[in-house]
Design a protein around this ligand. Structure first.
Ligand code: UDP
Length: 480
């Protein structure tokens, strides 16, 4: 029987968040074999979708996991925004998370709890149990910095942020235009803003915040926060990028690979909007014409329009491809045959980005997708949709200069002419060359951060060692 240091992990039921935090956990237990993790997962709905199941099925044996009983959301209106379902699930799960933590702690003493940045209530639960409390932040340090400064901004700025004429200045960050602020900050009278502020205040309870970023990517922002640690900002640990490796992704589809294999190196534009992002039908049509008229080869993961702009729990088996293709312009598939591939709903993205024929990624700037692009050195067209994606797009285009950002018209649509322009610029233009070079450099920095002596590995190793040392005094998880 071997005794290990026991850490609890608390997740949220959002595919991209799960993917990121589980990747972190796998790295942690791989770096330090004396750590055992138990992963507590709140759920809602009648079943866990296949994409999520796959993530858990590939976990190593030193990570246990439990799904809490699904939260009943039947009292909520049937047709509410997916984000509200997640929020309600988080609120209603707190008592059962509390129970689970208490049970784990009494059976095999816990040293620390690490919880997703969306569920900061867990930091309070950990404090109650007298356990170290950490938050895992699966987005940029720039967003984290905005979150940590949000209470101050709320006190010092009285108008709606969207009416500000000057960009917001946060120490160590690029100036943030009001239109690029995250969704909850677009309406200060909304419930989402209140929840955002409350959650951000709880970050201050953390013994540390682990960020899926790395020093070379956001050095100024990271250092600006670390300098403020003496003023009450929690310790910041940049430990990424955590990107799932290919073998864990959903099985490769032979037809896709045949298409990719046939094309020249760096010739294909990959087009995808994350795990659930959707476009309006008008925007699908503009994008289709834009891709066709650009003359560039493309690989497009297509979803049907949806009134929220996002589908939760994407279950591919529920949909039919023929219905989906009706949203495309007449004759589009025939005219682009051989020059483009339209894939319904889902594709093995990491595998695709790692293929030598991919030369650009038209991306919604979700943070996982962005890091996957960086680790493969793929330059971006930044096409943000929701959440904090506009801020990520600004960081990528204005700050790091590894992306081109298309202009949207007054109706919020990117028109076909603009699409042709940005696609050509990225794939064959002069602007694209500079972007590609900078992305190659960033790829090298990302790989370096993850090397044995790289900045992220060293940071995580030290933290894991601290946990292990505490655990060795407590004599915790019995691995029998
Ligand atoms: N993803 C995928 N295939 C798809 C769409 C998405 O494998 O067809 C994966 C993608 O590789 C990434 C995650 O889903 O890891 C999406 O996360 P991201 O943070 O980019 O966006 P979100 O889903 O939060 O909008």
């Amino acid at each position: 029987m071997e005794t290990k240091t026991h850490i609890a992990l608390v997740t949220v039921p959002v595919y991209s968040h799960l993917r990121s935090i589980l990747e972190f956990t796998k790295t942690l237990v791989n770096l330090n074999q004396n750590i055992h993790v138990t992963c507590i997962n709140p759920t809602f709905g009648s079943s866990i979708c296949n994409n999520v199941k796959t993530l858990f099925e590939t976990l190593p044996s030193n990570i246990n996991y439990m799904f809490l009983p699904p939260i009943n959301l039947q009292d909520l209106p049937q047709d509410i925004h997916p984000a509200l379902k997640v929020q309600a699930t988080i609120y209603r799960s707190i008592p059962s998370i509390d129970d689970a933590l208490n049970t784990l702690d009494s059976s095999s003493k816990l040293v620390a709890v690490v919880s997703d940045g969306l569920i900061t209530q867990v930091l309070q639960l950990a404090k109650k149990l007298n356990i170290l409390a950490y938050s895992y932040f699966p987005s940029t340090t720039m967003l984290l910095s905005l979150c940590l400064h949000s209470s101050n901004l709320d006190k010092t700025i009285s108008s709606e942020y969207k009416d500000l004429l000057e960009p917001l200045e946060i120490p160590g960050c690029i100036p943030i235009h009001s239109t690029d602020l995250p969704d909850p900050m677009q309406d200060r009278s909304g419930e989402a803003y209140k929840v955002f502020l409350e959650g951000n205040d709880r970050f201050y309870l953390a013994d540390g915040i682990l960020v899926n970023s790395f020093l070379a990517l956001e050095e100024m922002t990271i250092k600006a926060l670390q300098q403020k640690e003496c003023e009450g900002i929690p310790s910041i640990y940049p430990i990424g990028p955590f990107v799932q490796n290919v073998s864990c992704d959903k099985g490769s589809n032979f037809e896709y690979l045949k298409f990719l294999d046939k094309q020249e190196k760096k010739s294909i534009l990959y087009v995808s909007f994350g795990s659930g992002g959707t476009l309006s039908n008008e925007q699908i049509i503009e994008l289709a014409f834009g891709l066709e008229l650009s003359g560039q080869i493309f690989f497009w993961v297509l979803r049907p329009p949806n009134k929220f702009g996002v589908i939760d729990d994407l279950d591919i088996s529920e949909y039919e491809d023929d219905i989906l293709f009706q949203y495309l312009p007449n004759g589009f598939l025939e005219r682009t045959k051989g020059k483009g591939l339209v894939v319904p709903y889902w594709a093995p993205q990491v595998e695709i980005l790692g293929h030598s024929s991919i030369g650009g990624f038209l991306c919604h700037c979700g943070w996982n997708s962005t890091l996957e692009s960086i680790i493969h050195g793929i330059p971006l067209i930044a096409w943000p949709l929701f959440a904090e994606q506009k801020m990520n797009a600004a960081l990528l285009s204005d700050g790091l200069k590894v992306a081109i950002r298309p202009k949207v018209n007054e109706k919020g649509i990117v028109e076909r002419e603009e699409i042709v322009k940005v696609v050509k610029n990225l794939m064959v233009g002069e602007e694209g060359k500079g972007i590609r070079e900078r992305m190659e450099k960033l790829k090298g920095d990302a790989i370096d951060a993850l090397k044995e002596n790289g900045s992220s590995t060293r940071t995580l190793t030290q933290l894991a060692f601290k946990w292990e040392s505490l655990g060795s005094h407590l004599g915790t998880y019995n691995d029998s």
